[in-house]
Write a protein that binds this ligand. Sequence first.
Ligand SMILES: *Cc1c(COP(=O)(O)O)cnc(C)c1O
Length: 480
Amino acid sequence: MSTTEEMNHLASPLAPEWLKVPGDQNDLNPLIWPLGVSRSEEGEISVSGVPVAELAERFGTPAYVLSEDHFRARARAFYNAFNDAFAPLCGGVDVYYAGKSFLCVEVAKWVEQEGLRLDTCSGGELALAARAGIDGSKLGLHGNNKSDAEINRALDMRIGRIVVDSLQELERVAEIARVRSLRAPILLRLTPGVHAETHEFIATAHEDQKFGLSMASVNGEDSPAWQAVAAALGHDSLELLGVHCHIGSQIFSPEGFALAAEKLLTFIASVRDLHGVSLKELDLGGGYGIAYTDVDQPQAPEELANAMAQVVGATCRQLGIDVPRISIEPGRAIVGSSTFTLYKVGTLKTIHVERGGDTFERRYVSVDGGMSDNPRPVLYGAAYSASLASRRSDAPPVLSRVVGRHCESGDIVVKDAYLAADLRPGDLLAVPGTGAYCWVLGSNYNYTPRPPVVAVSQGQARLIIRGETEDDLFLRDVSC
Ligand SMILES: *Cc1c(COP(=O)(O)O)cnc(C)c1O
């Protein structure tokens, strides 16, 4: 399939506008796939030299295949880019990996080895950090409804920072710390009214969502953010380190981060003016976007870091304040593209869809996993891409929908993709970009055991999370 004419001929009217007929469906877009992934002469995909057939043979399908080299390279890239850009302004940056995107003990150790810190948002994630041997000083704790037990656990671990989400929580943390004669280090999570959508951002005074302390005042009263500062400064059991915001996820441009940074720096300047207190830290959250399909154009960490450093530097100069220590919290941007899910193709079915009086074909490709290992398409219509992994094909690409094996018609893995017409049962299919918010959101729907996570590095593959067995499925059923 080489000429544009032939390809246009293959385009399906059922395909979304953004989806192009691939010039060569065997190509692997390096923005979407992990480092070290390539197609061999024979046409099979391998990662760090390990062929997918070998992975399927050893670990079964479905399996999450995680490139350790990719993960570490992304962690280092964020660490280096932000430290380089901010070093002249504030000495450096603390990079907190957002553990909620994907976490296991092994990965927590990589995070620490690469110089990053770890963001947690539950007692379970704190427990994991402890098992990975991460010092509490390198941890943060988030959450809009932290339990007393979680706050106590964080204090037991001598946590580096608790990100306080409400006025009520501020009082609870203060009281728990007071009773224990401790000083709890806190940041205040503020909502600057900047909400980033994937390709644009909107700015509103009042955010209609559950997180954080609003920066907007109502009826001339102090804003909740402002009230929280006064309350925090009034408690000897609290050490107010600074402020935090997180404006969204899968964001492609730095403008939203820049606008949020300006608002929070202005807030820090007001705190200095009215309370005579210099807040030392500003956390700008995570949310940096990655490529799931050919249309996504994520920015390099250097571009983001430089753009943000410029705004932070200029704003602080203008306000006449010292540049606070900056921290960021990338999750998806580090782990997202490190992983692909390897499935085996099962039943294929071509159905006919009526559109404007004509009928067109859509091929359904069933795989041996689905919404239990990747609920993102069902949860929020997330787009993915897919590639025939066990061989190359020069058959014409046909519009396909990759679906799971679950009893739910919404059980879609890849809603729209052009895949080879000669796809057949037993082929291996790889879906890239499944490192973030897939395993962690997985379920046992239909009593399906959860797949293993296999780390690959320098020609070696090893389990970092084993797959569930049938026995695992009944561990908690008290009648078994
Ligand atoms: C989810 C979350 C992150 C990470 O978001 P990504 O989109 O994965 O980078 C960072 N900070 C907070 C507070 C979050 O809730």
